[in-house]
Design a protein around this ligand. Structure first.
Ligand code: GLY
Length: 370
């Protein structure tokens, strides 16, 4: 623990300013000590800690918990992949928490990527009518997006994330040291969300991805920490303004209306979320250009920055299949609505709730085929 602490480096604390329960997203390297201090500092003492993780992360989770000095930690495993986001997995976790005599003030720690934070968050929000939840995201995608903002999600056969809650964690620890062993294609997948923040809120992120893609994919931890802080800051601001997802938060779904349909059509688990988001943003850019909202130079910027990040920018898709998928989407209201970019004096800005004709969608999909 001492040597871990000596090497630990706190990059920043980003505050999510929610009126009832504000919390910190702590970003740095070697954060086990800070995580342990946080749990020990809770007003209502946490007696037991339930770490929800996956077999592939079990050793890392055990090392993290042991460096944190937390005693009385129990590990609960869920399967790898999107299939783990099932009601059967939730039920198993409920039984394990009951067997472990988990009480309200005990903590559920989600240690893993988006699948783990979605499932553990859902379980923490419902077991005992709500337990303390702490997220320790182990992927770039989790650190910049999924672990912040309280969305949880369970899949049904009929669609992704059809069951879920919005339940905020008590804290999020984004330890970039956990990214050291993440494969390059997983970093690229996380970069899709970084690019999303670039287009909707902070164009300097696009420059960073374009100029430093190799270093980011090669896991330069300082650079990654900087990017995580910048993205977490945007996400924290949006979530603080619209926690319940009834307004501005929709902008975080740039590219995601296409992406969710692509994931459903191609099969969850067969396409990485970030890859689907990359294709989704390309499709959204083609659609915006078809509708005269943006110039082709913005479409070209999408292509260049996403390709530089190692992400796919073309795919053959069937518009009929996408439409079937959209009808199952929870945000479908008599039609599908998109977040699209629109030209402004200063560049581009995202606009939510845009309807598009089938013909324009079809042309955008044809252009996406390359
Ligand atoms: N990932 C989108 C949101 O949290 O609202």
């Amino acid at each position: 623990m001492t040597s871990d602490r000596a090497n630990a480096y706190l990059h920043a604390r980003v505050r999510v300013e929610l009126p009832m329960a504000p919390y910190d997203v702590v970003v740095g390297r070697g954060l086990a000590g800070a995580f342990g201090d946080f749990l020990r500092s809770l007003e209502e003492r946490t007696e037991k800690v339930f770490i929800v993780t996956q077999a592939s992360l079990q050793d890392r989770a055990a090392a993290f918990v042991s460096s944190s000095g937390i005693a009385n930690a129990h590990t609960l495993l869920i399967d790898e992949g999107e299939g783990a986001k099932s009601l059967a997995a939730v039920r198993r976790l409920y039984d394990e928490l009951a067997d472990g005599e988990a009480h309200r003030h005990d903590a559920v720690v989600a240690f893993g990527g988006g699948v783990v934070t979605d499932v553990a968050g859902f379980v923490a929000s419902t077991f005992n009518r709500g337990m303390v939840l702490v997220n320790v995201p182990s992927t770039l995608l989790g650190q910049v997006d999924a672990a912040i903002g309280g969305k949880t999600g369970i899949n049904l056969e009929r669609g992704k994330n059809l069951v879920g809650t919005i339940y905020q964690p008590a804290a999020v620890f984004c330890d970039v040291a956990l990214l050291e062993t993440v494969p390059p294609e997983e970093i690229s997948s996380g970069l899709a969300e970084v690019v999303k923040y670039g287009f909707i809120a902070d164009p300097s992120l696009l420059d960073t991805v374009e100029s430093h893609a190799d270093a980011l994919i090669g896991r330069d931890l300082d650079l990654l920490a900087d990017v995580v802080v910048r993205c977490a800051t945007i996400k924290a601001r949006v979530v603080a303004e619209d926690e319940r997802d009834s307004g501005i938060r929709a902008l975080l779904n740039y590219g995601h209306t296409f992406a969710h349909a692509i994931e459903r059509v191609q099969g969850y688990g067969d396409v990485r979320h970030g890859e689907a988001v990359s294709l989704g943003m390309m499709a959204a850019a083609f659609l915006a250009s078809e509708m005269g909202l943006i110039d082709t130079s913005v479409v070209q910027r999408h292509r260049s920055v996403l390709a530089t990040a190692g992400l796919p920018v073309a795919a053959p898709l069937d518009v009929d299949e996408l439409e079937v998928a959209w009808r199952h989407d929870k945000k479908y209201r008599g039609g599908v609505r998109f977040v699209l970019l629109e030209k402004t004096d200063a560049g581009v800005a995202p606009v939510a709730g845009i309807e598009a004709s089938r013909e324009k969608i079809k042309t955008a999909i044809e252009r996406l085929a390359g």
